[in-house]
Ligand binder design. Structure first.
Ligand code: CMX
Length: 161
């Protein structure tokens, strides 16, 4: 069958062309999910979904307590605010039932990814990555500049100064 023009264009355009300067996203590292209380929320993930809470960690700089669950190659990160000033507390004010707070992409080049996003017109919430949960270097893009999704880039902290 001869492809219709649109299909032919899609075939020609796939995979997207990359230049050697483009940073590379590797996978969805985790989904951040805002909750009021880890203690109240963890049983749902363990009992209803059959997942296992791997670890609980406070990230003081972000004013959150986190709980991680592995799902295949990715994780769920529950986020409980530890202060009314926490970004997650503000999110819960607007979304009282909680819900998906951010999408975090693992990358092999976090600075390159930030530069690429900035060049594309995105607002960086952090010009420089910083130490986040689970031994990761992280940086965020403002959701108003990313089609409404708070976006995180992350890379292993290991080997960074
Ligand atoms: N997803 C989508 N939209 C969001 C959002 C989110 N998570 N959080 C806020 N917004 C929207 C608000 O609904 C609001 O929209 P309207 O203007 O239409 O009402 C707008 O963004 C508010 O933007 P703002 O006034 O600039 O900022 P806020 O004080 O509400 O803070 C944000 C929002 C994203 C800048 C802040 O949460 C932030 O800096 N986040 C990055 C750090 C973070 O989230 N840390 C917690 C997780 C840490 C971890 O994973 O360990």
């Amino acid at each position: 069958m001869v492809p219709r023009p649109l299909e032919a264009e899609l075939i020609l355009a796939w995979p997207p062309l990359r230049t050697e300067h483009q940073a590379m996203l590797q996978r969805i590292d985790h989904l951040g999910i805002a909750v009021h209380s880890l203690e109240d929320s963890i049983p749902y993930y363990e009992k209803a979904l059959g997942l296992k809470c791997e670890h609980v960690e406070e990230v003081a700089a972000q004013q959150v307590r986190t709980a991680f669950f592995q799902v295949g190659e990715t994780h769920l990160e529950l986020l409980e605010p530890t202060s009314p000033e926490s970004p997650v507390a503000k999110f819960l004010e607007k979304n009282p039932h909680g819900g998906v707070h951010h999408v975090a992409f693992a990358t092999d080049d976090i600075e390159g990814q930030l530069a690429q996003a900035k060049n594309a017109g995105c607002q960086l919430l952090h010009e420089k990555p910083f130490a986040g949960a689970a031994n990761k270097f992280v940086a965020f893009l403002h959701p108003k500049s990313t089609q409404g999704v708070l976006t995180e880039f992350c890379a292993p902290l290991e080997g960074r100064s």
